[in-house]
Ligand binder design. Sequence first.
Ligand code: XUL
Length: 523
Amino acid sequence: MNKALGDTFLGLDLSTQQLKATLTDKDSNVILEKSVAFDEDLPEFKTKGGVCVGKNGRVTVPVRMWVKALDLLLQKLKNSEIEFSKIRAISGAAQQHGTIYWSNGSLNFGETLSSEKSLYEQLQKSFALEDSPIWQDMSTTQQCEALEKHIGGPQELANISGSKAYERFSGNQIAKIYQDYPDVYKNTERISLVSSFLASLFLGSYAPIDVSDGSGMNLLNIWQKTWEHQLLDACAPDLENKLGGVVENGSRLGCIHSYFVQRYGFRKDSLVINFTGDNPATVLSMNLSEGDAVVSLGTSDTVLMHLSNPSPSTFASILCHPSNSNSHMGLICYNNGSLTRQFIRDEYANKSWDEFNNLVEQILPGCQDRIGFYGSNNSDSIRIEQGSVVPEFSDPTLNTRAVLESRFLSMYMKCMQLGLRTKRVFAVGGAASNDSILQVLADIFGVPIYKFAFGNSASLGASYLARLGFLKALDPGKQFHDLGIKDTSQLSKQPNLDNHQTYSGLLEKFSEASKKWDRIELS
Ligand code: XUL
């Protein structure tokens, strides 16, 4: 471990598969990174890819697994001899949209915490619902339809909340809990997002919801940054009370609970700053300027961008910006990403990335007029060959390149529709380490692709948010740019402009073919 000379700032990220920590110093240098992987480190919860898949599109996570993961992560940090006493502020990021239902009477759960015991041992009875629905949950179509109908349609809902109704968005998830388990809802005192839940653990009482993460709920007015009553009322009764307040932009929530001071040696005045969503935190880690797009290739594929003057649409989400009160950010989220690419690799390239890459490089751009749209397994995929829908390409190895092209063409087209003239693309996430994949991305966007040396962008962004909150507590006028974060991105791929022209020629046909598919992959 690098020893920090002065103050440090801790950023966490409770993502789908792991809980990660990134410690940075006042010059934004990364001092330490640690993580807990749910499937491997906590096998007793029997998650796969960090989640439990139920019936009818239900996807949940045992909330106490997350609590245990925090115990384990802090223990790992302690074992690595991290100097807890230098940490001046803590913030976090988390997978968006997931909801946690705290049971009646849990408000001051911190009052009875003993530093002799783990949080896991002591928070057994704190949750009205054992299994939290998360962003992969697709079981709320009925609730989405009802919400859109109530407000006058998808575009009207997007105009207020930044997004049409999405199955994973928290308002629709809460409505389902209220309808299917009225007793659970009645027993719930506070509903947290995953980010505010994690912040609550550090505070020993409920943390407010961050407006940027809260923009992923279909409940918040993204222009006024307040709960929208007509949306709250359409989802469930007494919802405003159960959600509590909202905060933004590096707000100080309080000092860390004494449990952590006694058990791990944090300083008493270590600040807990508002925790945000993983996508907003990623935007912070990269300090985006106009014309920059981040393509994140992970469990879900997302495109993120800074937008100063956004117009809501029904294919992208507009969120409040996590550090700039006057701006917004755009998010396009594809609900399947790395699992689909792995599935294609396993089916058509002998489970080998090398073989997959060789095939991608040999196949000509455009796949000789083939387009494939893929779900996370073969059963919800379609292929179009010479204009007709076919069960399989005549040369099945074409699937390797086709799975990349259809995703990146869709991203490129949607960025243009949002009015973004992309100048640079920053590639992050697991697949960003694959050069063949990045070359296809560069050719389709027709712009250079940059990468960052750091891997955990969300926890890094959270550590910057912690530092922003620390500075603002001293001087409320401080802004994110005062952190002086340097652009450390490195050029990774230049586009081949001939290939880009080939792709530009395919756009119209692709756009027509992809219309029906949007509902499946952008839900
Ligand atoms: C965004 C989304 C995912 C999650 C998980 O809308 O659902 O990106 O935040 O990372």
